[in-house]
Design a protein around this ligand. Structure first.
Ligand SMILES: Nc1ncnc2c1ncn2[C@@H]1O[C@H](COP(=O)(O)OP(=O)(O)OP(=O)(O)O)[C@@H](O)[C@H]1O
Length: 333
């Protein structure tokens, strides 16, 4: 039996969970090596959830052990190819507060000591320059690579808005937007090891191309309490499931109205809709952000509430994300 052919052929019979192609054809696995009855293979598990990784490991072992002459199989799973992880913030529809949440989570994670950067991929309404107070700052470039601009709150950021001249409209198509996004993601991020990606609202081709190409390690879904927004949120959940991006959880924004005078929170849209939706879909519910005029005015002024001492809204959400990324070391809040 010629192992040089039969081992790769066996692996190509196992489908890559993301592209659906064979493991070697998709670049997930290198051709296995064979010595003294042992087949050894290195599998790149970038972008796969823990569950998908163990299923893939089992499938690889079964495929290789079935090759005549193989007595033992060794599978080495490599960590992310890039050290930098991406967390996507998505929503089924626009205007639910995805950008506000992205900016504040990035600031809160930075305050916890995470080396976090932010990429504004929202081609329909890039607003991160205003939210993070970097309006008018243009990124410089080192050779082919862009240098992110540093927000006053310590979060380096790049935005799709910085790729076009101010006021210039572009009809972005999926692959075009994904290529532009590549310039932002592959920029000179220095020691940043976590990128928060503010996706365009919705679940169309543009979003799919972006997510498939840049494989976030996880996604957060933002929804408002109204039923319609929740139906859209379920679409976002299906979208990330189809793209094989694990969902970290759901955040309910504009949940309850915080009275600017007395601070009391009332619930014009009813309480718990997003939480119930998350539970019914077996998704973690990360928390609620109240509809608070203070959040809007501070955001418009480029002063993310998460940058303030005593922030009790975004810091606990950021702590849950940090726990998800590093379950061995729970963050304390
Ligand atoms: N919890 C909140 N309380 C008060 N205002 C909020 C809250 N969250 C967001 N807003 C305001 O709602 C508007 C829309 O928010 P944001 O731009 O973050 O939404 P988005 O989902 O990113 O929208 P888009 O579809 O334009 O990308 C902004 O004016 C923002 O300041």
């Amino acid at each position: 039996m010629d192992m040089t052919d039969s081992l790769p052929a066996a692996l190509d019979g196992v489908a890559d969970p993301i592209s659906g192609k064979g493991l070697i054809a998709s670049g997930r696995a290198a051709p296995p090596r064979f010595e003294d009855g042992t087949a050894s293979v290195v599998v790149d598990v970038t972008g796969l959830s823990g569950d998908a990784r163990s299923k893939l490991e089992t499938a690889v072992k079964q495929a290789l052990i079935a090759v005549p002459g193989v007595e033992t199989v060794r599978v080495a799973m490599t960590a992310e190819k890039r050290g930098r992880k991406i967390i996507a913030i998505g929503s089924g529809k626009g205007g639910v507060g995805k950008s506000t949440l992205s900016a504040n989570l990035a600031v809160a994670l930075r305050r916890m000591g995470r080396k976090v950067g932010l990429v504004d991929a929202d081609i329909y309404g890039p607003s991160q320059a205003r939210l993070l107070s970097t309006e008018g700052m243009r990124p410089t470039a080192q050779g082919q690579k862009m240098d992110p601009v540093l927000s006053p709150h310590g979060v380096p950021m790049l935005s799709m808005a910085q790729l076009v001249k101010p006021g210039q409209a572009i009809a972005w198509r999926g692959p075009m937007a994904a290529n532009a996004l590549g310039q932002l993601i592959d920029a000179e991020w220095g020691d940043v090891d976590l990128l928060i990606l503010d996706l365009p609202p919705g679940t169309g081709d543009v979003q799919l191309t972006m997510v498939q190409k840049y494989k976030p390690v996880g996604a957060i879904i933002v929804s408002t309490p109204q039923d319609l927004a929740l139906i859209d949120a379920t679409r976002a959940i299906d979208f990330f499931n189809q793209a094989h991006v694990p969902i970290i959880g759901m955040v309910e924004n504009m949940a309850g109205y915080a009275c600017p005078h007395c601070g009391e929170v009332s619930d014009p849209f009813g309480q718990g809709g997003a939480q119930a939706a998350a539970m019914s879909m077996n998704l973690p519910f990360l928390g609620r952000v109240p509809l608070d005029i203070g959040i809007r005015t501070a955001s418009d002024a480029g002063l993310p509430p998460a940058a303030e001492d005593g922030d009790t809204i975004f810091a606990p959400l950021a702590a849950k994300i940090a726990d998800w990324l590093n379950p061995a070391k729970p963050a304390s809040f």
